[in-house]
Design a binder for this molecule. Structure first.
Ligand SMILES: [Zn+2]
Length: 88
């Protein structure tokens, strides 16, 4: 199992924060995420974070980092259809 590097985790936290829709949230205490999973990935708060926006930002980040890209191939292949701009 791939464990995300801490430096990337920090970026993921920035991304979810930037994708938050409202200011005050009791679910995540305004962090934008409710926890860290076994892969060292943030578990985003669906109550206040725009999941689509966060995913899109994360996708861009992964695509810009070769070391991440290979580990997230499956993650991106799951959602086909909606984003034709990244077709192979
Ligand atoms: Zn929240």
């Amino acid at each position: 199992m791939y464990i995300l590097d801490d430096k990337h985790l920090e970026k993921a936290q920035e991304i979810v924060l930037s994708a938050r829709k409202k200011r005050s949230c009791k679910v995540c205490y305004d962090r934008g995420y409710i926890g860290i999973n076994q892969q060292n990935m943030v578990v985003i708060c669906h109550k206040c974070v725009d999941a689509e926006k966060a995913t899109e930002e994360w996708r861009k980040y992964v695509l810009a980092n070769e070391d991440l890209k290979e580990h997230y191939d499956e993650f991106f292949e799951e959602e086909d259809g909606d984003s034709p701009e990244e077709e192979k």
